[in-house]
Every structure is written in C-alpha cells, then in structure tokens.
Write a protein that binds this ligand. Structure first.
Ligand SMILES: C[S@@+](CC[C@H](N)C(=O)[O-])C[C@H]1O[C@@H](n2cnc3c(N)ncnc32)[C@H](O)[C@@H]1O
Length: 286
C-alpha cells in the first residue's frame, strides 16, 4: 500500500519532498493525518488525494501543522480533502475507540505497547491509568486481561467524554472507571493505596508525577510503567538515561525498587526517542 503511494507521489513531488512525506502519516479509523513540511505544504491537496486513492477506506485527510501542544496534548489540524470532520472510530486489538482528533489525544503508534502491558496484568489487579486519554490503554487491558478495576484519569473533559463512550462501545462498564481531573489531585483525594500497577503514558510529566504514582500503589509496592522522551547520541542508550533519571527521582521517596525491563517505544526525531521503563517498586526502605 505504502509502496503504491510512494510510486504515485513520485510523479508529483521532488525526491526531497517525497522523503519528508513518505512514512509520516497515521491512519486513525477512516481519517489520515499527514505531516507537511514547509516544502511539501503546497502539495498538500495532491498528497491527500493520492492517499485517498491508495487507501480506499480513508474518507478524510487532515494535515497536522505544528507539534502536539498544551496540557491536553492536542494537535492543530488543517482540512485537506474528503469529508470535513475530525471525529472517527478506530479499531485496535479487538477494541473500538471513538475519538475527536481535534479535541483529544490519540496515537495508533502505541498499539504494541498497549498489548504488551495488557499481557503483563495478573488476575484481579487494580490498575490506575494516570493519563488515560480516550481510554485506549485501559480498554485494551480490560479486554485482554482479568484485571479487577482500571481507574482511568484524564484532565481533558472531551477525552473523558469519549472514554465514557468507549467504555460503553467495548462493554467494559464497571471495569474501566473514568475520572476527570488532574491525576495528582485525583490520586491524593481518591486513589491512595489502591493499585497493583500504575500507568504513566504522559512523557512530559512522568518524572514530576512519579511520587503520586507511588502514592497510588498499595504500600508503595507494585509496578509503574513510566514513559519518557529521551535525547541520546550514538554513544548513549536512551532507556539507560531514562532509568538513571527515575533512580535519581526515586531517591527522594526512599523506596526499594528495580527496573527489570525497558525499551524504546519509537523514534520521535533525530536522536530523540520515546522510552518506557517498567519499575518494580518494593515498598519503603526500613
Ligand atoms: C499522551 S496522552 C496519552 C493518552 C492515552 N494514554 C493513549 O494511549 O491514547 C496524555 C493524556 O494526559 C492528559 N493529561 C495531561 N495532563 C494531565 C494531568 N495532570 N492529569 C491527568 N491527565 C492529564 C491529556 O489530556 C492527554 O489525554
């Protein structure tokens, strides 16, 4: 599919422009989101029409202009072709996610991570997802494990509204519990000492919010999955850098822990990586 698109695009774009466009689009439900650089921007319409020609299921093409921004982690989108809308329904790992791409964060690039975590969950676990978005991690876990409850917090009211809809669509009502607010407040007021496992899928705030993740764990013991963005040159290991920062931060909390697993989730730019570290917390040092 992408090969055919590349061949089609080669008829309209210079090799330099082609490099910038190719491979840098997501298909979310029936909407394609492409990233346009200054040079390829004037060909936006052509690129959009070719994407729709190659991907027959794509009904709308949007351009992401600028990076993901703000507390809600939104992207500025410009309409390019097809039906003029930003809402869609995406399917992943046997789950259905309704989402409005203009008002909620969503990335299909985390699908492997969502299943990886789901497979780690043991029967009867209570989980806190601190930055749940429209509920993707939580719902994949609910569908593919025997977790007891997955408390799912997000500060964006639109994301919580879609999460609530997705809970119904996926019939995980009562298992995935949507909660609106700042994760630190929600945990301190309602979710202290409840969790066997905490998810922190917000790289920008993960280190700052790590003490609250610890507060959510039962007796500060259990698993924390912490996502980060890391810069690393060729001689550096991005996951080791994240692990070192986590270790430094956890010194303040005076707990026993180890990091048995870490991985690069994806490359986000030249020498930039999204990493995840699985932290096994073992309670306070006595
Ligand atoms: C990168 S998204 C992750 C979404 C989701 N886990 C997924 O897989 O699609 C981060 C989410 O954290 C939310 N967020 C940002 N700051 C927050 C905070 N202080 N407390 C709770 N949620 C927050 C944003 O609204 C956004 O939906």
């Amino acid at each position: 599919m992408r090969k055919r698109l590349k061949a089609l695009l080669a008829t309209a774009l210079s090799p330099n422009e082609l490099v910038n466009v190719y491979n840098s689009y997501d298909i979310i439900g029936d909407i394609a989101v492409i990233r346009l650089t200054e040079t390829s921007r004037r060909h936006g319409q052509t690129i959009a029409e070719m994407i729709m020609k190659v991907h027959k299921n794509v009904k709308t093409v949007l351009a992401q202009v600028g990076p993901v921004y703000g507390d809600f982690r939104l992207r500025r989108l410009e309409y390019l072709a097809g039906e003029k809308r930003t809402k869609t329904v995406h399917r992943e790992s046997g789950c259905i996610f309704a989402v409005d791409l203009e008002n909620c964060y969503f990335s299909p690039r985390l699908s492997y991570e969502r299943m990886r975590i789901a497979k780690l969950v043991k029967d009867g676990e209570t989980i806190v997802n601190m930055f749940a978005g429209v509920g993707c991690f939580s719902i994949v876990i609910a569908k593919h494990s025997n977790a007891a409850k997955i408390y799912s917090i997000d500060i964006n009211p639109a994301a919580v509204q879609f999460m609530t809809e997705n809970i119904k669509l996926n019939r995980v009502y009562g298992k995935v519990i949507p909660m609106e607010g700042d994760a630190k407040d929600v945990i301190l007021q309602r979710l202290r000492n409840v969790a066997d496992r905490v998810l922190m899928p917000l790289p920008e705030k993960a280190l700052e919010y790590l003490p609250y993740a610890l507060s959510a764990l039962k007796n500060q013991a259990g698993w924390i999955h912490l996502y980060a963005f890391e810069h690393a040159n060729k001689k550096e290991n991005p996951t080791e850098k994240t692990a070192a920062k986590v270790a430094e931060k956890l010194k303040e909390s005076n707990i026993k822990f180890e990091i048995p697993f870490s991985r690069v989730v994806r490359t986000t730019g030249p020498n930039w990586y999204q990493t995840v570290v699985d932290i096994l917390c073992k309670g306070p040092v006595h």
